[in-house]
Write a new protein. Structure first.
Length: 463
């Protein structure tokens, strides 16, 4: 309260007010205030100190509507609904079983299966948390039963979840496209090849780890696996393949806009789930209950995302009016860093930011400040969207505050998940670090060969 009173009643330079707003935001977040609310409070206090309540009222009225009434953001609820429909429809189980049939024979087979299943779910989920939770509930018990070390078990689950925001459909890529004012369709397609490279690099990490230290990932009995069981497991992925072809095929050919592809994908996902044997086995034939559940969860998730969007836009307005945003941007441009040096520096910056901020606030706060210097250095903003989301996902697992790491650790405390094997937070952090190292190496590859990211959107008809 003292900080708020000082900001409002003590006259100070606008740039100093902008800096004080950032400090207030960090203090409010340290008090466990939700990120969206913390942004709103800090920005309202800053705007009041600089221009009075009239500007606050106008900003709230305009930004609350204009910030979310955006065509580029209309795809967000569609992607969330699609992912929830398939998750409740039992597709998660099908993906994991198919990946196990085809890849379980490799060194670290169950961890490899976890990564492949995460990549498969990422093509329809678009949610890091949802992917990790869905995979973790099945994969961790299986790995504990087979004698896997907790580090490789939980690390593979956490990193499989990060693929959910890189491989399209990705909610974060959609929001980034809106902030950076780039086409949503090409931005989504840009994540496809890097996401597949990341999945392959994670599989490589697991296989090398399991070969060097076989005791961390004992081989399981594969005697019951035949070509017949493999083909049957693959045939059960038909609905997932159909949705993938509808969403990504429609985007690539330009037949659908991103929102149209999301809407069609959501409808197909709901229809598939309504007749899914796994869902019927779980909750009988209560279709209305199922529809109400996924509808309610979608609305809740969208509301929380849009609250953060509104809060970030308000905060950006406060920083712009203070002059701090322009000052930081011009100072960065004044360093005259070349493209490679600038991007290597940003890797460090975003990893540090990821220790304190969630992915969405990082995007909304930093992109407006960095866009001009990035474009001046010759960085393609569609390419940068993928680069940024990968870094945000590293922040989600990086110690000491990786949010996704804590989520996986909390999941692993369930006796039905860990099967009586104690799993410490240190084990989870140790498990993710080899994957993080591989991700940073791959980012270096993307920096030096940007066409790996830009080829697919450049060859498509998406808008």
């Amino acid at each position: 309260m003292t900080s708020i009173a000082v900001l409002i009643f003590v006259p100070m330079d606008d740039r100093l007010v902008g800096a004080a707003v950032i400090v207030l935001l960090l203090l409010l977040m340290a008090l466990d205030l939700p990120v969206g609310i913390a942004m709103l409070v800090a920005s309202i206090v800053g705007l009041t100190a600089m221009d009075g309540l009239a500007v606050v009222e106008t900003s709230l009225r305009n930004i609350t509507f204009d910030g979310v009434a955006s065509w580029s953001l209309s795809v967000v609820p569609m992607f969330l609904l699609m992912g929830l429909a398939l998750s409740y429809g039992g597709v998660t189980t099908r993906v994991f079983e198919a990946a196990d049939q085809w890849l379980g024979r490799l060194p670290g087979g169950l961890a490899v299966t976890t990564t492949a299943a995460g990549a498969g779910l990422a093509t329809v989920s678009g949610s890091t948390m949802a992917t990790s939770m869905a995979i973790g509930k099945m994969a961790i018990p299986e790995m504990m039963k087979s004698g896997y070390h907790p580090a490789i078990a939980t690390g593979s689950v956490a990193m499989a979840g990060t693929l959910g925001q890189i491989i399209p459909p990705s909610v974060l890529l959609v929001i980034y496209a809106g902030v950076a004012q780039v086409p949503v369709g090409p931005q989504l397609l840009a994540g496809m090849i890097p996401g597949l490279f990341l999945a392959l690099s994670y599989i490589a990490v697991v296989t090398v780890w399991a070969r060097v230290k076989p005791q961390v990932a004992p081989r399981s009995d594969r005697s019951g696996v035949t070509w017949g069981t493999r083909l049957r497991s693959a045939s059960r992925l038909g609905p997932l393949v159909v949705i993938l072809l509808v969403v990504l095929g429609g985007l690539y050919t330009g037949y659908f806009t991103a929102t149209e592809a999301g809407a069609v994908g959501a409808v197909v996902a709901i229809l598939v789930s309504l007749v899914s044997p796994e869902r019927r086995q779980k909750d009988g034939s209560k279709n209305l209950t199922y529809l109400r559940t996924i509808g309610t969860e979608t609305a809740t998730s969208v509301a929380s995302i849009f609250l953060i969007v509104v809060g970030a836009l308000m905060l950006n307005r406060a920083l712009v009016l203070s002059g701090l945003a322009q000052d930081l941007s011009s100072r960065l441009a004044g360093l005259e860093l070349d493209r490679v040096t600038l991007l290597l520096c940003l890797i460090i910056v975003y990893i540090v930011l990821g220790m304190f901020l969630e992915s969405l606030p990082m995007i909304l706060l930093t992109v407006p400040l960095l866009q001009a210097p990035l474009e001046a250095a010759g960085v393609d903003m569609i390419w940068f969207g993928v680069f940024l989301i990968v870094l945000c996902e590293i922040g989600m697992v990086f110690p000491p505050v990786g949010l996704l790491t804590f989520v996986v650790h909390r999941l692993a405390q369930n006796p039905q998940v860990n099967l009586g094997v104690p799993i410490s937070l240190q084990s989870v952090f140790a498990g993710v670090m080899p994957f993080v190292a591989a991700t940073i190496v791959l980012l270096g590859v993307f920096i030096y060969w940007p066409d790996l990211v830009l080829w697919l959107p450049g060859s498509s008809s998406a808008e």
